[in-house]
Design a protein around this ligand. Sequence first.
Ligand code: UDP
Length: 326
Amino acid sequence: MKRILITGGAGFLGSHLCDRFIKEGFHVIAMDNLITGDIRNIEHLFKLPNFEFYHHDVSKFIHVPGELDYILHFASPASPIDYLKIPIQTLKVGSLGIHNCLGLARVKNARVLIASTSEVYGDPTVHPQNEDYWGNVNPVGPRGVYDEAKRFQEAMTMAYHTYHNVETRIVRIFNTYGPRMRLNDGRVLPAFIGQALRGEDLTVFGDGSQTRSFCYVDDLIEGIYRLLMSDYPYPVNVGNPSEITIGQFAEEIIKLTGTDQKVIYKELPKDDPKQRQPDITKAKEILGWEPKVSRAEGLKITYEYFKNLPEEELYKAAYHREFTKK
Ligand code: UDP
C-alpha cells in the first residue's frame, strides 16, 4: 500500500485530497495544526485503518515513522483575511514548513507536490496568466506574506529538485470553491452565500469590475492527482478559465439563493488583483486535464452544502482560538 503525507489535511483542499487518496487505496497520513483547518472535514475517515491524523504544526520538525511515497504540502492559510490575521504563521508554513517537508522527502525518498497559487502572479499585467509569467507582486503589501511565502516555497522546491534530486511537482492553484470551504474565511464565495443566508446585503469590494475564474473542487483535485502521477517538475496552472467579474458573480449568487438582498459596495482592499484567469494550455497538454464542472453545477452543490450547515455556523466567530498562541 502506497503511503502519502498530506499537510493541511484537515483544510478545505487537504481534506478533499485525503478522500481522493483513500479512494485510490493509499495509506493516508493527514497533518494539521487546526489553526484554519477543521477536524470535522476528516472525521468520517477516522474509523479507517489506512487513515491517520497527526495534530502537528508543519513549521516545526516533522517526524513520520515508516516509509513514505508521497508528500503533499497543502498547509497554509489561504484567504486574504486569514493571512492578514496570521501573517507570521503564513510566512513560516511556506518557508520553514516546506523545508521540513523537503527534508523529510529526502530521507524517505518520497515525491513532493506543493500547493502554489495564482498569487505568485500578484496583480498580473499579463492576461490570461501562463506559467512563464513572473508576476507583479508587492512584497510589503498585505498580500506579500502569502505571495512571497508561496514564491519562496517554489524556489526552495526547485532547489531541492536541482541539488538533491528530490522528485518535485508544483501546482499553481487558481480560485477554487466547493463544500468544506469555511463559511467565515472571508473569501468571496462563502462571504456572499453567508450574507444571502443571513439575509444581509452582499458586499462587493470596489466597483465589482475585478475578475476571477472559479474552479470546482473536484476538478482541481483531479488535476492535482494527475500532476502528482506525471513526471513534470515545473509549475502547472490548474484552474477553470471561465472568467467573471465579481459584480456579475454577486448577481449569480443572488439568483442562486433566491434572496431579495441588494449589492452594496465597499472599499477595494489594497493590492486586490484586477484580473485573474488561468492559461491552462500546459495542464491540457501535459496532464490531459481540463475542468468539467460548470459554475452553475458547482455553485448549486456548494450552496446545498452551506444551506445544510447547522445555523449557529452562520454566526460563529471567525477563528479558532489557537492562532493567538504563538
Ligand atoms: N470580494 C468582494 N466581497 C467580499 C469578499 C471578496 O467583493 O465580501 C472580492 C475581493 O475584493 C476580490 C474577489 O472578491 O476582488 C475575490 O476575493 P477572495 O478573497 O475570494 O480571493 P482572492 O482571489 O482575492 O485571493
